[in-house]
Design a protein around this ligand. Structure first.
Ligand SMILES: [Zn+2]
Length: 88
C-alpha cells in the first residue's frame, strides 16, 4: 500500500513476445523495423535513436539547401533582368 501503480502500462519483461517482422500486436521500431518498441519508446535502442537523429539532421540540411537554392535562383533572375535592362 502507498505505492501507486503508475508503471502499469509498461509490460514486465517476457509478458508478451511479439512476432518478429510482423507488426501485429506490437509497434516495430521505425528505424530498424526489426525490434518492437516497449512502453513509450520511439526507438528500440540508443543506436536507433542516434540513427534517427542523424536522418532528421540530413532532412533538415536538405530542406535548408533547397531554400538557399530557391533564393539563389531568385537572385540570379533579378541580376539577369537588371543586366538585360542595362543592355537595352
Ligand atoms: Zn531499432
Amino acid at each position: 500500500m502507498g505505492h501507486p501503480a503508475n508503471r502499469a502500462e509498461v509490460p514486465a519483461a517476457g509478458v508478451r513476445t511479439p512476432l518478429r517482422g510482423n507488426g501485429e500486436g506490437a509497434t516495430l521500431c521505425p528505424i530498424c523495423r526489426e525490434r518492437p518498441l516497449r512502453g513509450a519508446q520511439t526507438a528500440c535502442s540508443p543506436r536507433c535513436r542516434a540513427r534517427r537523429h542523424r536522418q532528421r539532421q540530413d532532412e533538415a540540411r536538405r530542406a535548408r539547401d533547397a531554400e538557399v537554392r530557391a533564393l539563389l535562383l531568385t537572385a540570379q533572375e533579378s541580376i539577369e533582368a537588371a543586366r538585360r535592362r542595362l543592355e537595352d
